[in-house]
Design a binder for this molecule. Structure first.
Ligand SMILES: [Zn+2]
Length: 343
């Protein structure tokens, strides 16, 4: 992490995470404040006993292949052990279990996979090569959180309009990003190939940490292209302006003039000067590179993957993962923090 070169510049203010959470605080949170009923916003109640769960206990001991016959049993388990991270996996034909003194193990590989919600993962650290603030890795600030907000906005509309999904639930992970749970019934049984097809439609940046190659948008995706222009242009130009103009070879004096114009928020003029009809132009690529959603495709495609349980505490930040109605206007500092809840 590099320090903010101008400490008086409040625009690059980091979200202050307050770690050092005690085991007692974690147990108190799960026994007294964790509302198990809120899980039904994303998990199906009927199949609950056949759902896999996973846990990071104590920070050194990770365990998965756990099912609970009643939601109260899950809550009790989380209240007994200091749970540093809790995850939900897929639904299987039978409950799964780890090996105990009494029983042998019965894992997700011993039973039939039945289904999992379609989930998309956005993480600010995937924007490290292009973040305009001083954040790296786990840091987030108001500037780079704007990237999460834009990504959520554009994905929400794409999932609803281009794919026709209706039941989307956004979740603040408690860390540095969002999960989007798509809960329309037909998504539950999508196989890896179908999930891959969905994510590939939206994923325009390959190898986000490496060469960040921009995928060419074909004619089938004209809705997506129009959406990117409509939703990202203004914020992109306002926030990355001079740097981008330099990259596309506009001379310094011309840059100053353009920046001035743009700062007056002449949105329509920006749109007018960009040749939108060219299917794959340089401006569009740069806008995608700097502002467009970077989706962690592995999370979407892997149907057996564990995903952070909404309502659980993110141990590294202390924030509680929570459901968000308007991800385009939410900030992590709006979230509940375990220190405030448990004192
Ligand atoms: Zn930042």
């Amino acid at each position: 992490m590099t320090d903010n070169p101008n400490p008086d510049d409040q625009s690059d203010k980091k979200v202050v995470f307050k770690p050092s959470i005690s085991d007692e605080q974690l147990k108190t949170y799960y026994s007294d404040h964790f509302d198990i009923k809120l899980l039904w916003k994303v998990l199906d109640r009927e199949s609950f006993p056949r759902r896999e769960f996973g846990f990071d206990r104590t920070g050194h001991y990770f365990t998965r292949n756990k099912s609970f016959s009643q939601p109260e049993d899950l809550k009790e388990y989380m209240s007994i052990y200091p749970i540093r991270a809790a995850y939900a996996g897929a639904i299987y034909a039978d409950p799964v279990r780890t090996k105990t003194k009494k029983y042998s193990a019965f894992t997700i590989h011993d039973t039939e996979w039945v289904g999992r919600e379609l989930i998309f993962d956005l993480d600010a650290s995937d924007y490290d090569p292009v973040r305009q603030c001083s954040c790296k890795g786990r840091d987030v600030c108001e500037i780079c959180w704007g990237l999460m907000q834009d990504a959520a906005l554009i994905m929400d509309e794409t999932l609803r309009i281009d794919f026709g999904f209706k039941k989307l639930q956004w979740v603040f992970t408690g860390g540095r990003g969002y999960h989007c749970w798509v809960l329309d019934k037909e998504t539950l049984t999508l196989n890896q190939e179908q999930r891959s097809g969905l994510v590939n439609y939206m994923q325009l940046i390959n190898d986000p940490g490496g060469d960040q190659r921009i995928e060419k948008i074909n004619n089938d995706s004209i809705l997506l292209k129009e959406r990117i222009f409509r939703m990202l242009t203004e914020r992109f130009v306002l926030e990355t302006k001079a740097k981008v103009f330099e990259e596309i070879g506009i001379k310094k004096t011309a840059r100053a003039t353009m920046v001035k114009k743009i700062e007056q928020k002449l949105y329509q003029k920006i749109i007018d000067i960009i040749p939108q009809k060219i299917p794959h132009n340089q401006f569009f690529d740069l806008m995608v590179k700097y502002r467009y959603a970077r989706i962690d495709h592995k999370v979407t495609i892997d149907t057996r993957r564990l995903i952070r349980l909404p309502g659980s505490v993110h141990y590294h930040t202390g924030y509680v993962g929570q459901y968000i109605d308007n991800p385009e206007s939410f900030y992590p500092e709006d979230a509940k923090h375990i220190q405030d809840i448990t004192g």
